[in-house]
Design a protein around this ligand. Structure first.
Ligand SMILES: [Zn+2]
Length: 309
């Protein structure tokens, strides 16, 4: 629909309030992450968080893994509201270095999530929440969830009521959610399902869902690996978006077992894109980024309400 006049547009903006008045170009926001280094991506995160009206704090840590050697990392953190207990809304912003030594554009995985999470935060700013929302944009997820583990080491989990993580949310209208973050996460799963029902969304729950920073918080992945931190048991969910068919193919690939019906050697499209030269802006649909932002804001608000009762 086109606006009849600037006056009509101005009047509408006045009614719907500041979030829409500052409508951002989500596609351009995601494209800004196409950078030659993860250091440059950190600067983009900081700039976008500031432009959204928040005060970002860059928390550096001694990271890196066996392959990279010691490598400083930078988590970017900001908060919304007050409250002793916190709901964490998280996404990693780092991209992988490809085999030829160049950086992946890292927009499907995971700049689109980062933009969606910052946009969700803008929507939550006006909400009257009982919890503080702490948004953490992690570095070095791709090196082994290092940014998340270092954040937990530095801050502990005593004040953390729940974690909502986003990884891969760039195209499609189907919300995927992992069910493998331990029994303590049942309430978070319920909040996601309620949002799905209320918003009449396509949603697919995965008994087995690929790991992201969520595992550092729920302890599930760490327990499997027999590592320290396995006693941490925070209610956690990992979310992502994909097209409807792709989401179901991915479900079958991870959960269908021998009888999944997929062709021999079939790899779901998303796994052909991420960590490859194919993870480019051509794959990014700003409508999905917007949908992710709305959905994440709704899930956090729902959790805030459930956990306060
Ligand atoms: Zn990722």
């Amino acid at each position: 629909m086109l606006f009849r006049s600037l006056a009509a547009a101005a009047a509408l903006l006045a009614v719907v309030g500041p979030a829409s008045a500052q409508e951002v170009d989500l596609r351009a926001q995601v494209a800004a992450y196409v950078q030659p280094t993860n250091e440059a991506r950190t600067r983009v995160v900081v700039d976008q968080v500031r432009a959204a009206g928040f005060e970002p704090v860059v928390e550096t840590f001694a990271g890196g893994n066996r392959q990279t050697g010691e490598m400083e990392g930078r988590n970017v953190v900001f908060t919304i509201g007050e409250g002793a207990r916190e709901i964490l809304l998280t996404a990693h912003y780092d991209a992988v270095v490809l085999r030829d030594g160049s950086m992946s554009q890292g927009v499907v995985d995971n700049a689109a999530s980062v933009v969606g999470v910052i946009e969700a935060a803008r929507r939550l700013r006006e909400a009257d929440l009982d919890h503080r929302v702490r948004v953490i944009l992690f570095d070095q997820e791709e090196l082994g969830l290092i940014g998340a583990r270092k954040w937990i080491e530095a801050h502990g989990l005593a004040n953390v009521a729940a974690v909502v993580n986003s990884d891969v949310a760039a195209y499609g209208d189907t919300l995927m959610y992992g069910l493998n973050n331990g029994a303590q996460s049942a309430g978070v799963t319920r909040a996601v399902r309620e949002v799905c029902a209320e918003r009449a969304m396509h949603c697919v729950g995965f008994p087995v869902y690929p790991p992201s920073d969520d595992r550092a918080f729920s302890g599930a992945g760490l327990a499997e690996a027999g590592e320290a931190g396995a006693t941490d048991r925070v209610p956690t969910v990992s979310l992502g978006f994909q097209d409807h068919v792709g989401a179901h193919q991915m479900w079958l690939a991870f959960n269908g077992g021998e009888a999944n019906g997929l062709a021999e050697g079939f790899v779901p499209q998303v796994f052909r894109l991420i960590h490859s030269a194919g993870d480019t802006m051509e794959r990014v649909d700003p409508a999905t980024v917007r949908l992710a932002a709305e959905t994440y804001a709704a899930v956090v608000a729902k959790l805030d309400d459930q956990l306060a009762r």
